[in-house]
Design a protein around this ligand. Sequence first.
Ligand code: HEC
Ligand code: HEC
Length: 321
Amino acid sequence: MIRKVLLGIAIALLVIVVGFFVTINLRWDRTLEAPLPEIAASTDYAVIARGRYLAYGPAHCAACHVSDADQATLEAGGQPPLSGGHVFDIPPGKFHVLNLTPDSATGIGRRTDGELARILRHDVRADGRAAIPFMEAQEASDEDLTALISFLRSQPPVKHEVPPHKLTTLGKMVMSFMITPKGPASTPPAVTPKEVGPERGAYLARGIASCVGCHTQRSMVTGAYTGPEFAGGMVMELPQYPDHELVTPNITPDRTGRIAIWTEQEFIDRFRAEVVLPESPMPWVFFARTSDDDLRSIYRFLNTLPPIKNETGVSLQPKRK
Ligand code: HEC
Ligand code: HEC
């Protein structure tokens, strides 16, 4: 009797497990519905210049899309092509950063403006599958999306074949059940706020510069925010210093926050100084190329936030066991 019950349970479990894996294999690369934004690339010089500024500055597209071979040039202040190829080798899989130069075989020459705009705004790839959620430009205005795509189209084409992603079973599980393409929280503005001040700062800090993404505590599994916005406390590993970790500081205007006692000029100066702590994942190199007016606006915006009491300590800390 007991054996029969156990066998029954074993069969039921097997059915669940097989069902689970079948579901994963059907779901992970499912095609999604998302609108193709009505964005058309322009050849206007000022529009292209704005896109270039964003890509190598506050929107830091170059942080991922420059090839490993060109990293040194990038860090020395150059603007090497966005020819892709960097690999993120993480537990969910091996993810390859794509070639954004206009090459027709290996780059964005194959894509329409709508497809490029859709992956940036809705996280849906040209083939209709969910994009690996690495990018943070969902809230970019129509104007900035146009600028970015116009700049991408203006680069000299570089032939650089990037292999397809290779997902592990864990990665397929995550893509099946945890990733629903983000998309913008509300309809992004048609034009970018131009006046120096909190509105322009919020656009940058919440949107394309994504200060909020690192300076807020969040779940390591789903990425969802678990702490108050901009109050810091997210812990980051340091591959080369495994016994230490970085903790993002609180950047709300509370006494426990890092910038509470900084003047606007001190804030700008800190950004011009670039990386201070080795291996910091904060894209300082690109934020250092951000204009005074953009940095001023971010500072003014951060100072309008509700002060949150959250003592995060110094940024570099011995690892808590
Ligand atoms: C943190 C790394 C990272 C950053 C920063 C980043 N990207 Fe990407 N990008 C990726 C990865 C990874 C993919 C591949 C996504 C996929 O296939 O699911 C990608 C894909 C793309 C694609 C699709 C290309 C194609 O052939 O369909 C475009 C367009 C793009 N990125 C533009 C940008 C722009 C513009 C920025 C800056 C606003 C940016 N990316 C910033 C990592 C990044
Ligand atoms: C990819 C993650 C990431 C992003 C994006 C990011 N930060 Fe940080 N930030 C960090 C980490 C990690 C530290 C602590 C290590 C360091 O100081 O470099 C830090 C430190 C800081 C500090 C303290 C620096 C010091 O010397 O005390 C300030 C101020 C700051 N960030 C503001 C910002 C602002 C403003 C933005 C958006 C424009 C931003 N961060 C975007 C991860 C990030």
